[in-house]
Design a protein around this ligand. Sequence first.
Ligand code: BGC
Length: 680
Amino acid sequence: MLVMQEKYTSEELAKLPFRDSNLELEKRVEDLLSRLTLDEKFLLCKGKWYSIFHVNPIKRLGIRVFKMTDGPHGVGSGVLFSRIKTTYFPVAICRCATWNPQLSEAFGIAIGQEVRDLGFHMLLAPGINIQRTPLCGRTFEYQTEDPYLNSRTAVAMVKGLQSQRIAACVKHFACNNQDYQRFKVSSEVSERALQEIYLPAFKATVQEADAWCFMACYNKVNGIYGCENKNLLIDRLRDEWGFRGFVVSDWFATRYVTSTESCVNAGLTLEMPGIPIHCKFNKGQLSKAFHEGKFTEETLNENIRRFLRVMFLTGLFDEKVQLPPGSLATPEHTAVSREIAEEGMVLLKNDNNLLPLKIEKIKKIAVLGPNAKSKMAFAGGSSIVRTKYEVSSLDGLQTKCQGKITFVNTAAEADVAIIVAGLNHKGGNDCEGSDRTSLDLPPEQIALINQTAQENKNTIVVLINGSPIAMDAWIGNVPAVLEAWYAGLEAGNVIADILFGDINPSGKLPITFPKKLADSPAHKSPSTYPGDDKVLYEEGIFVGYRHFDTKNIEPLFPFGYGLSYTTFTYENLQISQDDKISITLDLTNSGERAGAEVVQLYVQDVESSVERPLKELKGFQKVALEPGEKKSLTFELSEQDLAFYDENKRTWRAEAGSFKILIGSSSRDIRLEGEFEYHA
Ligand code: BGC
C-alpha cells in the first residue's frame, strides 16, 4: 500500500491518534505505522550513520531520535565522549554472586534512572550468555554457568530496568559464549543443550519480564548468523515465547550475513550502527530487495511495528513530566552499588578463622600486589564506565585503618600482608574482543604470593577479576582468599569492611572454579574450544557443575560455594506432594555473628531413560539471620522442574520415578537429602 507523505502542522500533529497517550497501545502503533512511507520505514531499519547509538528521527511525524547506550554495569558508551560521570556498579558476575534477585531488581531501577536522566531509551544490557568456558573474555559481563540462576537474576534486572520505562536489550542472542573469532565462529550446539542450558534465561526475560528488545549475536548458531537466524528470532523468540519487542543487531554484526532480505525475513528490525560501508539496511539495499520481491511489506511492517511499540513503551513521544523521573549518580545509586558488592564478594578460604581481622590487634599492615591501587571502571570494551569515583583496595584499607594501623612496605615487617592480585580489563584478560589464553595468574603474581607467604604467615589474597583462575600453584601457602570481582565504585571500602568484619561475606560462586583448564567441559579438544569456523559444544548439557559432578572431577571451588564468618545448621527436611511438590526445612544461624546464607535446592533424577546431570539447581533463597535465629523455609517445585528436553519427542518431559532433593550450602556441600516418587 502506497502511503503519501502528508505534511502536518504542529497543531495537526498533536491531534493525530497515535499522539493520544490515552489510546490503547496497539491502536497507537497501528495508526503511526499506517502513516509511515516505505522510505521512512527503511530509515527506521538502521542507525544514524554518524552517531553509533542513535536512530534517525522522522520529524514529520514527531518521531524523536531513539537513543541507546551500554551497558551491563553502568551507563557508559553512550556518553563516552562527554564529561558525564555515572555510577559504576559491580559487574554482572558479582551481582549474580549475591544470589539475591532483589538486588538485581534494585540495580535495574537505579541504572534505569541514570539512563532516563541522560535521555536514552534503551540500555544495552543485561548480557546473559552462559559461561561455558572460564576463558571467555566477557565472563565478567555475563552472569553464571547455570540456567536457573541466570533466569532469576536476569528477570529481576529486566523488571527493575523496564519499570523506569527504559527498554532492556537482552544480549547476545544466542550462544555468544566466547569472544575468540566471534564474527566468524559457528556455535554448534544440540537442541537439548539449547533448551536446557543456553536459552532458558532468554526465554524467561520474555515470558516473565516482557523484555522489550533482544540483541542478535555476532556468531553463527548451528551455521546461521544470529542476525539472519529465523529459527532463533522468529520461530522461538516471537512464535514460541511470545516476544512483543524488536531485535537489534550487535554492533557491526550484519557485516558477514548473507543478504539484506535474509535479515529482514528473519525478523531483524534494527541494524546498528548505521555506517553505510558495513550496512545491509541502507535505503538502496532495502529498496532493491523489496522491489525485487525478496521481502514483503507485511514482513517489514511486522519488524517496524515492534520498534514503534517500544518507542511508545519507552515514552519517545511523551513529555518529560509524563515519564518516571530520572536521576544521575545519586547517593541512592551508590548505596545500591555498594550493597551488591557487599553481598557479591565471595570468601574462598579462611584457615583458622584468620578473618575477620581485629583492628585493635594489628599494628602494621602491608598492602601489596598489582591491583592494590587499580581502578577498573574505565576499560573492558563496550561495558566501560566513566565513574563519578572509584575506591581502590588500598584507598579503602587506608580509610578503614587511619590512625589505628601503620602501613609498611614489606610483608616481613607487617602483622598482616594483603596481596591484591587478579586480572584487569586489558585485552586478553577480562575484556571484550578476545579471550584469555590461560587460567593462571601471571607468573610474577604467583611468585609474589608465594614469596610473601614465606615472609608472613598471615598473608591474605584479595582477587580482583571477573572469571575463574587456577590457584593450585599458590593457594596451599596462604590462609585466606577473598574473591572481590570488579565490584563497582565502592569496591575498596567493601573489601576493607569484609576483611575487618564490618560485613559478613555472603556471596557464593555463580561459576565453578576448575583446578586446571583441561578439567573444564569445553576444553576437551581444539574443536570444542576454541574451534575455528565451528566450535563444537560436544559436552551438550554438561556445562559447569553439571559436568564436574557427573564426571566426578574435583573442582578448585564448586558452584554455589562461599564461606561466612558464622555457621548455619540445616534441619527437618520435609517433602510433600499435591499439585506441586513442597519442600520445607529449618535454617538456624548457629554461630555468633549475624549473617546470610544462600540455601540451594538441587534436584536429581534417580533413574532416567536419558543421561541427566547428577544434580540441577531448581531453587534458592538467601536468608539473613541473627545469631541463634531460626527460620522455616518453603520451596515449591513444578513438573517442569523435574523435566528434561526429550530430543526425540521434541518436548520437555518429566519421567515417573524417584527424585532426590538435595539441599546444600553449595553444590558440593549438601546438608539435607530426601527422596520422593513422582507419578507422571
Ligand atoms: C558488543 C555489545 C555492545 C555493542 C555496543 C558490541 O561490540 O558486543 O555488547 O552492546 O558493541 O557498544
